[in-house]
Design a protein around this ligand. Structure first.
Ligand code: PLP
Length: 400
C-alpha cells in the first residue's frame, strides 16, 4: 500500500474516533435471533435487526438452504444469461410476483443491485426522475447513474412533488421513486397521493418496499397492501435480506415487459452473478412460512404496540409510526453512538445512527421490532432504556 495514502486513511479514521463517530463491527457467534452471543458483549438481546418475522434461523428456512446447496451446489460461476439460471430462481421469481400481485419479478444479489440495475436502465435521457429526499442510499446511487433529469422533492411533501412534476413537460415520462417504509424515520410513503399524481402527470411509480415487504399490510404483502392499492404501483423493488429470510437478495417486480427489459439491459443483472441458489431456496421457504403462519405478523405488531406504549410510559418520545421501525431522536451523532454502547453494556444491541446517514443534529437510536422477541426480552430492554436514559439525562431522575 502507498504509505502516504495509507497514513491519510489513518488520519481520517483517527478523526472519526476522536469525534466519537467511529463505527465498530460486532461479531456474532450464533444465528440472528431474539438473543445472540456476541464476542464483544456475551448474551445480547437484539433490537437492531431487520429480522422482522424471526425467520433468519427458522428451521424450515435453514433446511431449505441446506437442501439447495446439496441440489445446486454453490452457483453457476457466471452470470445468468451466459451460464444459465437455476429453476429455483424462476420458482422464487414466480412466487414473489404472485405474492405481490405483479405479473413477474427478477431477483438480484441484493436490493441495492436491484435499484442500481433498474433505475438507470429505465430513466434514460429525455425522461425525469422525481425522488423523495429521504430515499435509501441505493436509490440515490441508482439515480446518480441515470441519464434522466433528476429532481428531489421534500420528504413526503405532496405539494412539492406536484410542483416538480407540473414543471416538467406534460408528455415526458416521469419516474416517481419512493421508499415504501422510510428506513430511518419508520414512516410510510403517501402512496395513494403519489399514485394519483402519477396518473395526472404521466408518471411511472417505483416503490422500494424493503422495510415493508413481509411486515406491512393485512398479510405482509407490504405497504401497497397496507393501503389496499394492489395493482396501482407500477414497479416494486424489495429485499430478501430483511423479513424474508434475512440472508441477502433483492428483486424488481412489475410487468412482463419490464422484467424482460431488465434481463436484456440491466447492468447489475448482465454483469453480475445470480442470487446464490441456497439463498433462493431459503427465501422461497421464508415466503411460504409467512403465508402459513399469519400469527408471526400478529406477534410482530403486538410487540410494536407494547414497546411503543412502554417507551412512552418511561418518558421517551419516539417518532410516531405504524411500521416495525421505532426511531428515538437523541441529537448529536456521538451521543447516539454512546447511548448504543451503554445499552450494549446492559445486554441490548440497538444501533445509534448519525451523520451522514441522517442529518446532523437528528441522530437517533433505531429500535426494530421482531416477532422473535418475547415479552421478557422487551421488558429487559425497557429496563435498560430506563437506566441508560436516566444516566444520560434523557429521562428525569425518579423521586425516591
Ligand atoms: C429501502 C431500502 N432499500 C434497499 C436496501 C438495501 O437492501 P439490500 O441489503 O438487499 O441491498 C435497504 C437496506 O437497508 C433499504 O432499507
Amino acid at each position: 500500500m502507498n504509505r502516504a495514502f495509507d497514513q491519510k486513511l489513518k488520519a481520517e479514521l483517527d478523526s472519526l474516533r476522536s469525534a466519537g463517530t467511529y463505527k465498530t463491527l460486532r461479531h456474532l457467534t450464533t444465528p440472528m435471533a431474539a438473543e445472540v452471543n456476541m464476542e464483544e458483549a456475551g448474551e445480547t438481546i437484539v433490537l437492531s435487526s431487520n429480522n422482522y418475522l424471526g425467520l433468519a434461523d427458522n428451521p424450515r428456512v435453514v433446511a431449505a438452504g441446506i437442501e439447495g446447496l446439496r441440489k445446486y451446489g454453490a452457483g453457476t460461476a457466471s452470470v445468468r444469461f451466459i451460464c444459465g439460471t437455476f429453476d429455483i430462481h424462476r420458482q422464487l421469481e414466480n412466487k414473489i410476483a404472485t405474492f405481490l400481485g405483479m405479473e413477474n419479478s427478477l431477483t438480484y444479489v441484493s436490493c441495492w443491485n436491484a435499484n442500481e440495475g433498474l433505475i438507470p436502465t429505465l430513466a434514460v435521457a429525455g425522461t425525469a426522475i422525481v425522488s423523495d429526499e429521504l430515499n435509501h442510499a441505493s436509490i440515490i446511487d441508482g439515480c446518480r447513474l441515470a441519464q434522466a433529469q433528476r429532481l428531489r422533492y421534500k420528504h413526503s411533501d405532496m405539494a412539492d412533488l406536484e410542483a416538480k412534476l407540473a414543471a416538467l413537460p406534460a408528455d415526458m415520462v416521469k419516474f416517481i421513486i419512493s421508499d415504501g417504509v422510510f428506513s430511518m424515520e419508520g414512516d410510510l410513503a403517501k402512496l395513494p397521493e403519489i399514485a394519483a399524481l402519477a396518473r395526472r402527470y404521466n408518471g411511472v411509480t417505483i416503490v422500494d418496499d424493503s422495510h415493508g415487504t413481509g411486515v406491512m399490510g393485512a398479510s405482509g404483502r407490504g405497504t401497497i397492501e397496507h393501503y389496499n392499492m394492489s395493482g396501482q404501483i407500477d414497479i416494486i423493488t424489495g429485499t430478501l435480506g430483511k423479513a424474508l429470510g434475512g440472508a441477502a437478495g433483492g428483486f424488481v417486480a412489475g410487468s412482463n415487459n419490464l422484467i424482460d427489459t431488465l434481463i436484456q439491459k440491466s447492468r447489475t443483472q448482465l454483469f453480475s452473478n445470480a442470487l446464490p441458489p441456497t439463498v433462493a431456496c431459503s427465501a422461497l421457504a421464508a415466503i411460504e412460512e409467512l403465508e402459513a403462519h399469519p400469527e408471526l405478523l400478529a406477534k410482530q405488531r403486538d410487540n410494536v404496540r407494547y414497546f411503543r406504549e412502554q417507551l412512552a410510559a418511561l418518558g421517551y418520545k419516539p417518532l410516531p409510526g405504524e411500521s416495525a421501525i421505532i426511531p428515538i431522536i437523541v441529537g448529536e451523532t456521538a451521543f447516539a453512538i454512546k447511548m448504543s454502547e451503554l445499552l450494549l453494556r446492559q445486554g441490548i444491541f440497538v444501533t445509534g445512527f448519525g451523520f451522514p446517514v441522517v442529518p446532523e443534529g437528528s441522530a437517533r437510536i433505531r429500535v426494530q421490532m421482531s416477532a422473535a422477541l418475547e415479552r421478557e426480552h422487551l421488558d429487559k430492554a425497557l429496563a435498560a432504556f430506563e437506566k441508560v436514559g436516566t444516566e444520560l439525562g434523557l429521562l428525569p431522575v425518579k423521586a425516591g
